[in-house]
Design a protein around this ligand. Structure first.
Ligand SMILES: Nc1ncnc2c1ncn2[C@@H]1O[C@H](COP(=O)(O)OP(=O)(O)O)[C@@H](O)[C@H]1O
Ligand SMILES: [Mg+2]
Length: 251
């Protein structure tokens, strides 16, 4: 089932063919989601209830697979697709909307990664509009989730790899502050380019960090902090770890 979801392996160096392959891959996911959502539901009969449950599981698997394809960690993808998220400060900040960039700052367990992956899920679940027998796409470019350590290893001189960061329809850079800060400032340069370019092209980005605002600014510099201030916001989602709290309430 998951193999049906993979983007066409026939991607050549031709960008038009790549775009078409991506469009086709997303179209097939969207069509399946639409089919699952519009299939007739007849309540009351146990057989149908069974089928509904099966359909719901199938829908979740599709969503999880899409999120994984974007780079989201499996555990977070499964958690957000299981439904019933609490409206944490992080979720509230993301769902409440932001200009083009938001930084979620808070300690480990504050729900930052979950909120960021939920933001991606929102775009997968509503990828376009069905009208007059066709899907109309808001944005067919793939979404991307990268951890800061993965970004630190990103091949900066590979134009195609850089394009994935710059052109993703939604980009999450998770866990800023844990990556190795190279003395040459290579990470800093990549981050600055990605942020500036995405803001200039009004592409939505969420950053998460374990640093508070002053330390974030100290580490990443005035220029990055300024851009974020002008085009988005830094949201402090600090609080007691949800991991600990949930563990203690369920005990
Ligand atoms: N919106 C939420 N509703 C319910 N539980 C949540 C929510 N967000 C996070 N959690 C719980 O807290 C844990 C840590 O969340 P996570 O997003 O990984 O924190 P952070 O990225 O800030 O360290 C999750 O594994 C989950 O158990
Ligand atoms: Mg996290």
């Amino acid at each position: 089932m998951i193999s049906e979801l993979s983007p066409s392996e026939a991607q050549g160096p031709d960008p038009a063919a790549e775009r078409e392959a991506r469009r086709a891959a997303r179209a097939s996911v969207a069509a399946k989601l639409a089919e699952l959502e519009t299939a007739p539901v007849v309540a009351a009969e146990p057989a149908n209830a069974d089928r509904d449950a099966q359909r719901e599981r199938h829908r979740r698997r599709l969503l999880v697979a899409e999120l994984q394809r974007a780079g989201a960690p499996l555990d977070a993808a499964e958690f957000v697709c299981a439904g019933d998220l609490e409206v944490t400060a992080a979720i509230d900040a993301v769902r409440g909307g932001f200009n083009v960039i938001a930084v979620l700052g808070g300690s480990v367990g504050a729900g930052k990664t979950i909120a960021a992956v939920d933001w991606l899920r929102d775009a997968v679940a509503d990828p376009g509009r069905w009208f007059d027998g066709k899907w109309y796409w808001g944005d067919t470019r793939p979404m991307l989730f990268v951890s800061a350590p993965a970004l630190a290893r990103w091949p900066r001189y590979d134009a195609k790899e850089m394009a994935r960061l710059l052109q993703a329809s939604r980009l999450v850079i998770d866990d800023l502050g844990v990556e190795f800060a190279d003395a040459g400032g290579s990470f800093q340069a990549t981050l600055e380019e990605v942020i500036a370019d995405r803001i200039a092209n009004r592409r939505l980005t969420i950053l998460s960090t374990n640093l508070d605002a002053p330390n974030f600014k100290a580490r990443y510099g005035e220029r990055i902090a300024d851009r974020i201030r002008q085009s988005g916001r830094f949201v402090s989602v600090a609080g007691p770890s949800l991991r600990v709290r949930l563990a203690s309430t369920s005990a």
